[in-house]
Design a binder for this molecule. Structure first.
Ligand SMILES: [Zn+2]
Length: 373
């Protein structure tokens, strides 16, 4: 009798643990709110460009800012990899601040929406990180590099992407290997198709894909450019270096297929640039991954690795905080736009209320976030 009672108690305990874990797991599917600036002119879903995404986890919000005067058309993509917060938060800051007077800016903050609904397996990553703002604490999802396997499964042993490149099976769920997409393909290939359709239907001239990578990864603090944007990237780099931001230029390899900076340029003939910042929470040398590591970017293993000359970026005791990584992305966007106007005056894009990189480095991200509305 006593044994039965203990077994029942243990069973109830196990059911309670399963219930609580399920709630926590399902909470990852909830999108955090974004509070757009008054400059927002319309909001759409990616499925309005490619209906094949309707009612799928690949459908995602698209924010449009259109000026009174005609000019260039810019697409900014954040969250192609949902575990690279600087790209996503840069997109959020732009959405919550900018007004466009000339040209058009379209922002997709969660390019791979499915990637935000789960965490990178076997990494012990936190589900969320938070940022203090004058209106209270805002929480943001820390997702995965890949599409959620619940939404796309199984992976093939070898993935041959739409551009014909052979890759590892898991890359079939990596949006930045699936361009130019397949309309009847996997969910990730459909998302890539949706973005290609947006580029064509909105007559995009220039597209920027915002990423992060590990400090030990060679393509870091980089501007990766398609050859049709070489002049633009080189001019932007010079301006950024004068402003004290050290970037390196990387030409998009012609034989590495499926990536945004290659296929956007080849298939839609637009200027295509990818930006990388250095994120310690992303690397192999990190200690425990925590919300603090994501936001403050401090890790003593990386300080040690920098002293041993193993990194491709400077990394001191202060680490590389999210505010600095976002400031770098914003400075690059601003510099690319000012040089776009230099090269192609008819493609001018004029933005008001762009968060200032120097201010951001001083006061942090919070003051640039909008109050809930
Ligand atoms: Zn990335």
């Amino acid at each position: 009798m006593k044994g039965n009672f203990i077994s029942a108690l243990l069973l109830l305990f196990a059911i309670a643990i399963c219930f609580l874990s399920t709630l926590k797991f399902l909470s990852m599917q909830k999108k955090e709110a974004i509070f757009p600036s008054r400059g927002l002119t319309s909001r759409k879903m990616l499925s309005s460009y490619f209906p094949g995404l309707k009612k799928t986890w690949g459908d995602t919000d698209v924010y449009l800012y259109e000026g009174q005067e005609k000019g260039g058309n810019l697409l900014i993509l954040g969250g192609a990899h949902a575990n690279e917060p600087a790209g996503f938060i840069t997109a959020v800051l732009l959405i919550e601040n900018i007004q466009v007077s000339t040209g058009k800016i379209i922002i997709v903050p969660r390019a791979n929406n499915s990637g935000f609904t789960h965490s990178q397996p076997q990494e012990g990553n936190p589900q969320r990180y938070s940022l203090e703002s004058p209106w209270g604490r805002r929480h943001f999802r820390h997702g995965s590099r890949l599409t959620n396997p619940v939404h796309q499964w199984p992976d093939p042993s070898i993935y041959v992407n739409p551009a014909g490149q052979k890759l590892s099976g898991a890359d079939s769920r990596n949006l930045n290997r699936c361009y130019p997409g397949r309309k009847t393909g996997s969910l990730t290939e459909k998302i890539a198709s949706g973005i290609m359709e947006l580029i064509k239907k909105e007559k995009i001239d220039l597209a920027l894909d915002l990423h992060e990578a590990a400090p030990e990864y060679p393509v870091i603090n980089a501007i990766v450019f398609h050859e049709n944007s070489a002049d633009l990237a080189a001019l932007a780099l010079m301006e950024l270096q004068i402003e004290g931001f050290d970037f390196r230029l990387e030409a998009s390899p012609t034989n590495l297929r499926g990536l945004s900076h290659r296929e956007w340029g080849d298939h839609a003939q637009i200027m295509a640039i990818l930006l990388e910042s250095a994120n310690a929470s992303h690397g192999r040398l990190k200690g425990k991954t925590s919300p603090a590591l994501i936001v403050e970017g401090k890790d003593k293993n990386y300080t040690k690795a920098a002293k041993l000359g193993r990194l491709f970026v400077p990394y001191g005791e202060d680490g590389i905080p999210l505010k600095l990584r976002v400031a770098r992305h914003l400075a690059a966007v601003k510099s690319i736009l000012s040089n776009l106007e230099e090269l192609y005056p008819e493609k001018r894009i004029e933005i008001k209320n762009m968060p200032s990189s120097s201010e951001l480095k001083k006061v942090g991200i919070g003051p640039f976030l909008n109050p809930p509305n």
